[in-house]
Design a protein around this ligand. Structure first.
Ligand SMILES: [Zn+2]
Length: 333
């Protein structure tokens, strides 16, 4: 099990101390360790050596089963598309996804079939007699039918059953799901702790990438592993302002839109004399007027809705960059 993120120590202790309900909802931004916190909570509730409300010992038979991914009283519910990557990042056994031609793309939703399987686990007796725990990540991936199938068990779990749901979009959850859970906010980690972790992971110039992601260390690591460097990120504003499509052509469409949205956000800040948030201030042009940028912001929001499947990705990107260049140029006048 590889759920040890240094900045989760305090939130874990806090969650264990504050847990009053059989169902907790970890909520906060993505990329700061929600899944890891949910898993740590589950392990702690199942641990057979730790005192009540204390973190898992890591040594007892229950902890050993948990770490090997074979604890009979633990179920982790993930959307199909996350099964392999999430289990791999936690160091749990996983099956390689079947990527044969003709195979449907793995779903990003948690479907009702998965919840039904979970319900039979929920009804069974605890194998080791301490507790039974279901972790669901991300909870907003439960589709409507699946969420409804879960409601009754979430409200009246039998015996020793506990739930921990994690969500980075808890506003989109069914109110009936939300109201059955005790909320547990997971804030952004302390910058120093996040930077120390990124450096251990081999991320160069971690401070720039951490700022680029708005302080989310797991996301910064993901961007770094996808080939983004701090130098490339800081070069982006001026390349886009010159209309260089190549500045974004390495990025998947949703990520390209996301980068432009961050750029737009920072340029609006600059137009009000504020420093950049995602980019270094020195990397940003200095716009005089916000109005063209605000109009561009609206256009980006509309484009983001279709970013998953642009019909022709290169034409789509050219249009986006032309739009960006026009907005930046106009805002400088
Ligand atoms: Zn233990």
């Amino acid at each position: 099990m590889n759920a040890d993120l240094p900045w989760l120590k305090a939130p874990l202790a806090d969650a264990l101390a504050r847990a009053r309900s059989h169902a907790l909802l970890v909520q906060g931004p993505a990329g700061v360790g929600q899944l890891e916190l949910a898993v740590k909570l589950a392990q702690s509730w199942l641990c057979e050596a730790a005192a009540p409300a204390q973190p898992a010992c890591g040594q007892c038979p229950s902890c050993k089963l948990f770490s090997s991914g074979t604890h009979p009283d633990f179920q982790l519910l993930l959307p199909e598309a996350l099964e392999a990557p999430a289990r791999e990042s936690l160091g749990l056994p996983f099956e390689e996804p079947d990527t044969k031609a003709g195979k449907a793309k793995p779903s990003k939703e948690i479907k009702v079939e998965a919840v039904r399987q979970l319900l039979s686990f929920a009804q069974a007796t605890s194998a080791r007699g301490k507790a039974k725990v279901v972790a669901i990540f991300p909870a907003e991936a439960l589709n409507g039918v699946a969420a409804n199938a879960l409601l009754k068990t979430l409200e009246e779990p039998s015996g020793l059953l506990r739930f921990v749901l994690a969500s980075h979009d808890s506003a989109s959850l069914l109110p009936t799901i939300r109201s059955r859970c005790q909320p547990l906010p997971l804030p952004l980690p302390d910058t120093a702790a996040a930077l120390a972790w990124l450096e251990v992971k081999g991320v160069k110039d971690a401070a720039g990438l951490l700022a680029a992601t708005g302080g989310r260390p797991q996301q910064a690591l993901e961007w770094f592993e996808a080939g983004l460097t701090d130098a490339a990120w800081q070069a982006l504003p001026k390349r886009v302002a010159r209309g260089e499509v190549a500045a974004l052509s390495e990025l998947a469409p949703p990520r390209a839109i996301d980068a432009l949205q961050r750029l737009c956000h920072d340029l609006v800040r600059r137009s009000h004399g504020q420093p950049g948030q995602f980019f270094a201030t020195t990397s940003l042009p200095s716009p005089k007027r916000a109005a063209p940028l605000l109009a561009w912001e609206g256009e980006l929001r509309r484009a983001a809705r279709h970013a998953d499947h642009p019909l022709n990705a290169s034409l789509w990107l050219e249009a986006l960059v032309a739009q960006a260049q026009a907005a930046v140029t106009t805002s400088m006048r």
